[in-house]
Design a protein around this ligand. Structure first.
Ligand SMILES: *Cc1c(COP(=O)(O)O)cnc(C)c1O
Length: 224
């Protein structure tokens, strides 16, 4: 086995154990391998290890990789902020967009998806920490308005919520954020919860994550 394959199977095992601790089925949690800055050859190794779903945070970078790795059965997810002027390209490549945070962006995605004859699956990114240095994400109170707007959009389907808690050395400190996201998703009957990264994915799975976005634990520290 390659190093990537070894590491990936260990992470999948840890996801499974965390799910079991919470009385959940391991199969309820999908691993999104985050490949930003990761070279296409390394992505091929990850494919060899059985990973199929990859997360990118930039449309341009994803476009280039999607072209180079065409026909290999990869499902691409956008996990980073999306600007309206990239919405058209994004609809062309991504199965799921995790970072939708405004009605304006939803309208752009819906209309581009309509032209492509596709239903774009999305998650609403919720910013739960006012002290968060991250700029993106909608407020907790805005979620209802976004969902209401989405009701009228035939080519856009909101399947769940995503969040990025502030970074903590101790993953336990991220737990309250995951709990809030889970409660919010339940309140609106949303099924998918994209939460948990390298430092805190086990806690996120214990709190109900259905997708974890893991980069550096699989591919090593990013240098850029
Ligand atoms: C980079 C990134 C990740 C993965 O982070 P790691 O700590 O390397 O696992 C997850 N989610 C988002 C939105 C990211 O930008």
């Amino acid at each position: 086995m390659t190093v990537v394959a070894d590491i990936a199977s260990d992470i999948i095992r840890r996801i499974g154990l965390a799910a079991e601790r919470a009385g959940r089925e391991p199969s309820e949690v999908r691993l999104i391998a985050v490949t930003k800055t990761v070279a296409p050859e390394t992505i091929k190794e990850a494919l060899g290890a059985g990973l199929r779903t990859f997360g990118e945070n930039r449309v341009q970078e994803a476009l280039a990789k999607a072209r180079e790795l065409q026909g290999l059965g990869i499902e691409w997810h956008l996990i980073g902020h999306l600007q309206k002027n990239k919405a058209k390209a994004a609809v062309g490549i991504f199965e799921m967009i995790h970072s939708v945070d405004s009605i304006g962006l939803m309208e752009f995605l819906d209309s581009h998806a309509r032209r492509l004859g596709k239903v774009q699956r999305v998650l609403i990114q919720v910013k739960l920490a006012p002290e968060d240095i991250l700029k993106h994400g909608t407020g907790e109170k805005e979620v209802k308005g976004l969902l209401g707007a989405a009701d009228g959009m035939k080519n856009l389907r909101v399947e769940g919520l995503m969040t990025i808690p502030p970074f903590f050395d101790d993953p336990e400190r991220a737990r309250p954020y995951f709990k809030v996201l889970k409660t919010l998703a339940d309140e609106y009957g949303l099924k998918e919860l994209s939460m948990g990264m390298t430092g805190d994915f086990e806690v996120a799975v214990e709190e109900g994550a259905t997708m974890v976005r893991i980069g550096s634990a699989i591919f090593g520290e990013r240098t850029k």
